[in-house]
Design a protein around this ligand. Sequence first.
Ligand SMILES: Nc1nc2c(c(=O)[nH]1)N[C@H]1C(S)=C(S)[C@@H](COP(=O)(O)O)O[C@H]1N2
Ligand SMILES: [Mo]
Length: 532
Amino acid sequence: MNATRTTREPHPERPGPTPTDRLLAALGGLLSAYVSLAVADLVATRVRPEAGPVPAVGGAVIDLTPAGLKEWAIRAFGESDKTVLQLGILFLLGLLALGVGLLALRHRLLGSCLVLAFGVLGALAAVNRPDSDSLTDAAPSLVGAAVGAVLLYVLIGLLGPRTSGTTRADRRTFLLVAASTGLAATGAAALGRAAGSPVQQNAAASRAALRLPRPASPAPPVPAAAQLDVPGISPFITPNRDFYRVDTALIVPKIDADRWRLRLHGTGVQGEHSLDLRELMARTAVERDVTLACVSNEVGGPYVGNARWLGVPLADLLREIGVRPPSEGGPADQLVARSVDGMTIGSPVEVVMDGRDALLAFGMNGEPLPFTHGFPVRMIVPGLYGYVSACKWIESIELTTFDAYDAYWVPRGWAARAPVKTQSRIDTPRPFARPAAGTVMVAGVAWAQHRGIRRVEVRIDDGPWQEARLAAEDGTDTWRQWVHPWQAVPGRHTLTVRATDGTGSTQPERRTSPMPNGAQGWHSVVVTVEDA
Ligand SMILES: Nc1nc2c(c(=O)[nH]1)N[C@H]1C(S)=C(S)[C@@H](COP(=O)(O)O)O[C@H]1N2
Ligand SMILES: [Mo]
């Protein structure tokens, strides 16, 4: 007998798993996980895309993530943070699946039970999401896991210790079964995606069919002089496709406009009220230009945009149902908007009713709200950061108090009240640009919603502050462009900007982090001017 063979297989009658078997078992685990997810995806497109295991678990992770970590993730990954999160979940699941495959080689049934257990976890996450209103949301994870568990059982069966050991023929069968199930699951999931989700298709059809009302009070045309002719400056109106997006939704909620309703209730509301979209759009509509900013925007950051919104004044609706602001003796000081995906956003009733253009908006730059920006209806309140005013996919409004209720971001470390801070940003030249010496247009935007921008100043290196030329003002609720022609001389230079708002207060120099109520500080850009 050959010596190497003896050491590798000391008990020829009961051979242990060979390295090849282990490799195949680990692959089997991975494949079972993959097939589970593909089947779950297929079922989810039929049931509700949000009920798939990855979005459901991902949503739970987002809600459980400590504020600091989340802030870091937004800083590190920007608007790709959600993709990174989902890839992270898939990566962890992949590692676990390799382990489950190896374990199944020794304890075949246990391996399959673990796959089922993951399915139960996914199902629990799905039915516990705030947007879940049916136990059918458990189906994607459970069906997927059941298929994966059976597959793992079959695959490991082809490898398991036999009296004869795993033969070449067994391995060939293993690979054949593995490849064909993998391909079948991929094909089925791809077909399912191509066919689309019926729920989402109804929503898309309802959006396509929606006719926006004419505003009784249209926004005046944007003054031509509000838009400076400087290459590289942010356009005065941000096109919808370029408008920043910040939300916790892993799958953009797609609401069927024909089924949408808004419920209004709570302290100080006389009776219970509910409107559908037709009723809302039949009210007096107004059109307003409002700049929206995110509290998590760093100094110089991209999370700010300006759009022309069409909607109905929220304050009028509130008065009609009996709501009075605290200054008129109303008992509720907080208005909590809730979205279909469970986001809660609290705004001061006093601010919403102080005469500013707080809107229930359904139009954005001449079209129905895009799904990503809250279709069919969202709130917009000039002067408040988005997380305390701009609820997308809104489904209810509750009047309550700040004492009685903390909205979503408050226990996560963000301030309950957050008026927008005065900010200015250099759009051009870009950081580390290498402009030629001569006249360089330093330009950008400044915003202090509802207070307006009175002055913008630019400083080159440690030189004196020089007043920039302001573009025409569209309104105090929108940002304002500015430009400063700079006679640039060769060398490395630091350009700094600061704005003064309509109350006369100037941005402070010191930079602070966005947490807990918005970043402040001066924006600066370093450039190297080259010989002309
Ligand atoms: N339903 C819902 N609404 C939401 C959010 C969210 O996560 N979910 N994010 C808020 C935040 S933090 C901001 S800054 C604005 C961003 O709106 P936009 O994505 O249309 O730019 O939406 C607000 N409304
Ligand atoms: Mo935000």
